[in-house]
Every structure is written in structure tokens, then in C-alpha cells.
Write a protein that binds this ligand. Sequence first.
Ligand code: ADP
Ligand code: MG
Length: 300
Amino acid sequence: ATMPPLLSTIANAGRHGVLVKSAVALEKFGTTDLVAFDKTGTLTQGTPRVSEIEPVPAAGMSLERVTSYAAAAERPSEHPLARALVAAAHERDLPVPHSEDFTSTPGRGVTATVEGARVRVGSPALLDELDDTSAEHVAQARALVSDLEEAGRTAVVVIVDALPVGVLALADQLRPGAREAVAKLTAMTGRSPVLLTGDNERAARRLAEEVGISDVRAALLPDGKVTEVRRLQEQGHRVLFVGDGVNDAPAMAAAELGVAMGRHGSDLALETADAVIVRDELATLPKVIGMSWRAHRVVK
Ligand code: ADP
Ligand code: MG
């Protein structure tokens, strides 16, 4: 193909809200035969809300204090779950104490010092790292997690000085247009998209069912998403991966084509991506695939 039509297609994609960074990226939209989606912030709105707060009985900490600790540790984080935990404290007029020494582990959670205590907030997998001295707390926390996940929630545990003190549940909503986009992409690529998520299996399956996806790979760390992308590639697929988080950047780089959500996307995701969905509208994805087909005169 000559350059001018490609450039005009890139400009046209831009008008439709997709920033395609190169002519090669534009071409890859047209040759993709499988779309893989991240869940939180991509297929969901990424503005989850805290729906339940459950103190671990053995710890004897008040619901208010559990919430304050969680919010304090999460305040520096940009993760959608972190923002929801901080909002939960604000809504209840609870203090959010100052925190120090913040660190975050993508796909796992955060750690910070709050009022002299070491506070960890994150995935229930954090419970696996605690030793026997906290066995009773851990057992109670696991039971709470299990009940909440059964209800389709995303559960987050709060651990203070190596003791689980509470479990918070979060509920997110399907992004408007996600269902329609998945149906169109299925028709265009000839295969139903895949869901790759760090969230728990039950919450992931529930969302997948709502959106029309049957292939769900859950509880993945950032490297796990890369492994799944590679596995699909080994099966001969040319994978387009769509995500929003720092945790999605490695999978975006591994895929033939990495696409980032513009509004909710982390800086790293936006940089790594080959294309950006500027206003987070998933309906633009099948549109750009169609534009690429036409620009390259691919007959389907
Ligand atoms: P997804 O792949 O669906 O976008 P992430 O990989 O961002 O999800 O997160 C996966 C899991 O890691 C979350 O469900 C949560 O348990 C945990 N997690 C990651 N970051 C945080 C955080 N800042 N606060 C609490 N939990 C977190
Ligand atoms: Mg995400």
C-alpha cells in the first residue's frame, strides 16, 4: 500500500477516538484473529465501590479502623480498587491517617507504614504468605473472602503487622458498550475473545458471562498474562490485547498489538501500547479493525 491512504486511515481512526501510533500498528488491527481483554478498568468501568466491610473477628478491630487503615495505605495508589477504598473512608467521614514508605506490587496490592504499623492491602493471595502465628485470623479471613467471592465480589484483605484484620468487598460495573463490542469482535475475528484477569475466578466468570465471553483465565499476575498471551500465540493466534493497568503493560508488549484504555490507563500502559482508545469506548475497536481491512484491502 502507498502511504497516503494509510495516513488518512490513521487520521480517520483518530477522529473515531483511537490513537494508532504507527502504520504497522494499523496493519496489525486488520490481521488480528483473537482479542484478549483485561477485566478491571477495561471491560468494567474501573470505578468499583466498596460494598461490604467485614472485620476479622479474632482481630477485634472496629470496622471504622479497618477502613481507615486500608484507605491510608492505599492513598498513594492509582489502582481503581485503591481509589474505591479511599472513597469508602471519605464517605463514612473516617480519618485517613498519613502513611509512609509506600510500595506497590502489581497484581497483588500495596504496603505502607501507618501510625507505626506495617499495613498491607491487597489480593487474598497475601494470606498465603503469613505464618502459623496468625492461623486463626487467616482462617477467619479466608472464610469471609470465600463468602464474598461466592457473591461475585472482588475481595481485598487488610493485614496489620502480619495479622489479617479485615476483608473489604468491591463491586464493579460492566462498561457500557462492552457486550456489543465483544459480539462484534467475535463475528469479525471468528473467535470469541478471551478474558485475562488478576481478579478471582468467580468474579471473573460472572463478569465474563454478562459480557459474552466463555474463555476466562483468572488470578493471573502480570507475568501470568504474558504466559497466556504466549500460549495463544503458540496456538497460531495473532493476539490483540486490551488493558489499562501497569500490570497489563508486559502482556501488551508480548501481544502482536497492545491497546490501552486512554481515560483509565496508567502512564506505563499508554506508553507501551501500540494504540490508545482515547475515550475508553470499546465500540471503536471493531471499527478500527474494519478500517484496517479496507485500507489494506483484506478480503474477509
Ligand atoms: P485486573 O487484571 O482485573 O485489571 P489487577 O491485576 O489490577 O486486576 O489486580 C488483580 C488483583 O490484585 C486485584 O483483584 C486485587 O486483589 C489485587 N490488587 C492489585 N492492586 C491492588 C491495590 N492497589 N489494592 C488492593 N488490591 C490490589
Ligand atoms: Mg485492569
